[in-house]
Design a protein around this ligand. Structure first.
Ligand code: SAH
Length: 195
């Protein structure tokens, strides 16, 4: 299940990516999504965040093994500070919430910092750019993060963002995705609302 939702998120990013683009991994974890982004934006730049030293080390090892380090910055800081590290607009971003399976369950993402990170990423998304967030409602903080993100998603102006909910509706507490895409603005005065 987890694999499937992340695979779907990656497919959305693949469809819109250009190799010179900028990618952000808001939660490095073991580094698999960081590696994916560093390959996707092979001639661009990738920024990856985590608050655990172990995550940074695991990710560095994975990138080195794949020979994929040159375009990727690993940042040991909260994703809520991403504006201090990411200078320009973002083409694609992934955020895999929760805690690392097999790791310290007390080190989980939290609503308030998650909200800041998502808002800051949304502000920087290029037209056509995508942010995909994987949510794990099987634990309490994850359920609350999901509610917060759905509320945030519903509040966004439909002329500016498309917000997609990708979820199994017959499996309680299964992980799900919320994907945000910044809409391409229409030029020449045509109204986007009539499309
Ligand atoms: N639940 C997922 C794995 C998520 S890993 C699964 O089952 O596959 C989430 C990562 O986010 C962890 O490595 C954790 O250290 C990191 N994290 C937690 N809070 C963070 C924050 N504020 N900024 C950046 N990373 C954070």
């Amino acid at each position: 299940m987890m694999i499937q939702i992340l695979e779907y998120a990656k497919e959305l990013l693949r469809q819109t990516a250009s190799p010179t683009g900028t990618g952000v991994d808001l939660t490095m974890g073991n580094g698999h999504d960081t590696l994916f982004l560093s390959r996707l934006y092979s001639q661009g730049q990738v920024y990856a965040f985590d608050i655990q030293q172990q995550a940074v080390e695991n990710t560095r090892a994975l990138l080195e093994e794949a020979g994929q380090c040159q375009n990727t910055k690993l940042i040991l800081d909260s994703h809520s500070n991403l504006d201090q590290y990411v200078p320009g607009p973002i083409d694609g971003a992934l955020c895999n919430l929760g805690y690392l399976p097999g790791g310290d369950k007390s080190v989980t993402t939290r609503r308030e910092t998650t909200r800041l990170a998502i808002e800051k990423t949304l502000q920087r998304l290029k037209p056509g750019g995508i942010l995909a967030v994987a949510i794990y409602p099987g634990h309490e903080e994850g359920a609350l993060e999901g509610e917060m993100l759905q509320e945030l998603g519903r509040s966004l102006c439909q002329k500016e963002y498309d917000v997609l909910l990708h979820r199994l509706i017959n499996v309680p507490h299964s992980p799900y995705l919320i994907c945000f895409q910044r809409r391409k603005q229409k030029h020449g005065g045509a109204s986007a609302t009539t499309a």
